[in-house]
Design a protein around this ligand. Sequence first.
Ligand code: NAD
Ligand code: 3PG
Length: 530
Amino acid sequence: MAKPVVLIAEELSPATVEALGPDFDVRNVDGTDRPALLAALAEADAILIRSATQVDAEAIAAAKRLKVVARAGVGLDNVDIKAATAAGVMVVNAPTSNVVSAAELAIGHLLSIARHIPDAHASLKSGQWKRSKYTGVELYEKTIGVVGLGRIGTLVAQRLAGFGAQLLAFDPYVTPARAQQLGVTLVTLDELVERSDFITIHIPRTPETTGLIGTEQFAKAKPNLRIVNCSRGGIIDEDALYAALKSNRIAGAALDVFVQEPPTGSPLLELPNIQLTPHLGASTDEAQEKAGVSVARSVRLALEGELVPDAVNVAGGVIHQTVRPGIPLMEKLGQVFSGLTDSPLASIDVEVRGEIVEHDVNVLKLAALKGIFSRMASEQVSYVNAPLHAEQRGVAVRLITDAVSEEYRNLLTIRGSLTDGTQLSVSGTLTGTKQIQKIVEINGYDVEVPIAEHLIVMIYQDRPGIVAVYGKEFGDASINIAGMQIARRSVGGQALSVLTVDSKVPDSLLEHVRGAIDADLMKEIDIVVD
Ligand SMILES: NC(=O)c1ccc[n+]([C@@H]2O[C@H](COP(=O)([O-])OP(=O)(O)OC[C@H]3O[C@@H](n4cnc5c(N)ncnc54)[C@H](O)[C@@H]3O)[C@@H](O)[C@H]2O)c1
Ligand SMILES: O=C(O)[C@H](O)COP(=O)(O)O
């Protein structure tokens, strides 16, 4: 079998490929070369990127086999998560890999803009010895405003505490208690801008934060303000910043990130009171190694069909070993469930009974939905978009758990109502040391059938001779019956037969058998395992 293709679209640490191991066909492409990227994506099962590769809706649409987009870093503004989710593609990042590096770069920018280090360095290298021109200011006892007190903002605040600065922060999602713990005073954005000698920005770029610092804020700032942005370009309005620096409304700025990267032709490049780095926040050996190894692990998990703790568009988390074997069983029960009907669903109850419910079993709901909707949708259905399929079809879904299971140690059931009011159910369990996957109930009939690739389910009026009829028909067509179970609720009532057969049964034969035994239900269900 061909190895899954893992596409590396940007420069990543060599540790990434090492951590991926030998099980993948690892290919490289320049993610900024759009035609090459789109062509390479057509065969990719996974893509590894940094911030320069745009994985937008067009790229997702070009990637028919894609299962995971892995961002070796934090920011996901170059990934269309909505399009990925709709296509069933998992998106993962490495949320803590580069936070220390980014925080340290911000501190570096704060110090070097206070002391003119880049300009003094360039001046000395050009043969000059100018000392008074590069007189700076201290951070000590200055007021420093931190915009965004998340992972990086917190690290910056902790480090700045050592400089004896007074720290303010603006972050509407942080509690005053948390801020107090960090020795930071929470204030409004206006107050932060008005009072700060330095500002450092650590928030994501969102519609709300784009242009958060603009003309209005610069008008309120102290003339000695020095502002640092190591988060995302565009959070400081670049035109407003240019005007504020050009007119000396503020004293200086340091940018690591830009609206356009690289910022070729930007007037900001010409200013004397700005210092710039080419998006270097995460560019350290340590951050790159951590990011690469982290996403390589996530890609391995994702391509093995596992949930991934760092996935941003699917419930992640660690799956307990007791729950794990239930995932493929539940997925197959989902396929059996939807194979029993062609009518639209109104609601689905995913029921989990037994000692398994001591653990988080949410993943079993996702597995059931994946199994159910993979039979109904033409596009890929994964743990990522399975809930979306239910939502789009207006199907109400519940997870019901019960620590008591009467007959089996653990029992998994999918029960549903069709829009015409009909009820449908299928239950399964795992038996023995080999954890054999078995169907133990269909629509209230008790059976015990190991799940096989091809199943035939028939419901008909109980009467003598029926088994001989369908047995002969399948035999004449060289369809080998591997297993069989018959169940009925009462003598002479309706009976249900479940057969496992060794090959797919042609529709015409199924129709013929249906007529021969006058079946109320005759379905072949082919279980697909991906
Ligand atoms: N320059 C680089 O190379 C580099 C490296 C790593 C991260 N980053 C960027 O740094 C930023 C911060 O990363 P993080 O890991 O700390 O993120 P985070 O999610 O841990 O923290 C972001 C904080 O911003 C706050 N926030 C959100 N919206 C806000 C708003 N409108 N006003 C004020 N605060 C708001 C949140 O409450 C949160 O506390 C991200 O944009 C990330 O992409 C840049
Ligand atoms: O969001 C991030 O992780 C940083 O901006 C780093 O981006 P990079 O991986 O392109 O350096």
